[in-house]
Design a protein around this ligand. Sequence first.
Ligand SMILES: CCCCCCCCCCCCCCCC(=O)SCCNC(=O)CCNC(=O)[C@H](O)C(C)(C)COP(=O)(O)OP(=O)(O)OC[C@H]1O[C@@H](n2cnc3c(N)ncnc32)[C@H](O)[C@@H]1OP(=O)(O)O
Length: 139
Amino acid sequence: MEKEETLRIDNYCFVCGKENPKGLKAKFISSNGKAKAEMILYKEYQGYSGIIHGGIIAALLDEACAYAGISLGYYTVTAEIKIRYRKTLKVGEKIIIEAFAEQIKSKLIQAKAQIKDSKDTIIAEAEGKLIIKEKIEKS
Ligand SMILES: CCCCCCCCCCCCCCCC(=O)SCCNC(=O)CCNC(=O)[C@H](O)C(C)(C)COP(=O)(O)OP(=O)(O)OC[C@H]1O[C@@H](n2cnc3c(N)ncnc32)[C@H](O)[C@@H]1OP(=O)(O)O
């Protein structure tokens, strides 16, 4: 049987990687199944003029779910994610991204994430299913 590949972190994640010059460089803080980040997205990430691309919003929601899951002590991969886009996100607007995750089966973590603007309006929300690949060994 083929050995499963180990998940590695090398700071080049498109969403959070500090070393990735083309990434979004989101800074998440996370613990106990919760994750949070604040940021502003600029014109480089738009689709229609002045409006942030939905794929970028999806990537941020997915990442928030992953951070919330990782904070439970496991490296996971996203098996499914459902996104609801409620309002357009304008270029240059400050956003708050938050997620919550809980383990509901031996290999399954369910996560929910939201992006809000500075007036607390929900811009987009997501529900994700994350599959546990390995336990994070404390060094
Ligand atoms: C130390 C701190 C560091 C902090 C610093 C962090 C740095 C942070 C870098 C972050 C980075 C993030 C990155 C973003 C997250 C990605 O982008 S991950 C990449 C995108 N996702 C993928 O590539 C996943 C690709 N898909 C797969 O690998 C496989 O299809 C899956 C999802 C593992 C499922 O494989 P499978 O063989 O179907 O599942 P299998 O292993 O047989 O089943 C496992 C269990 O899960 C269940 N399951 C599988 N799929 C589903 C589903 N869709 N719904 C419900 N249950 C399911 C199965 O039923 C099974 O359950 P049990 O029977 O055990 O009860």
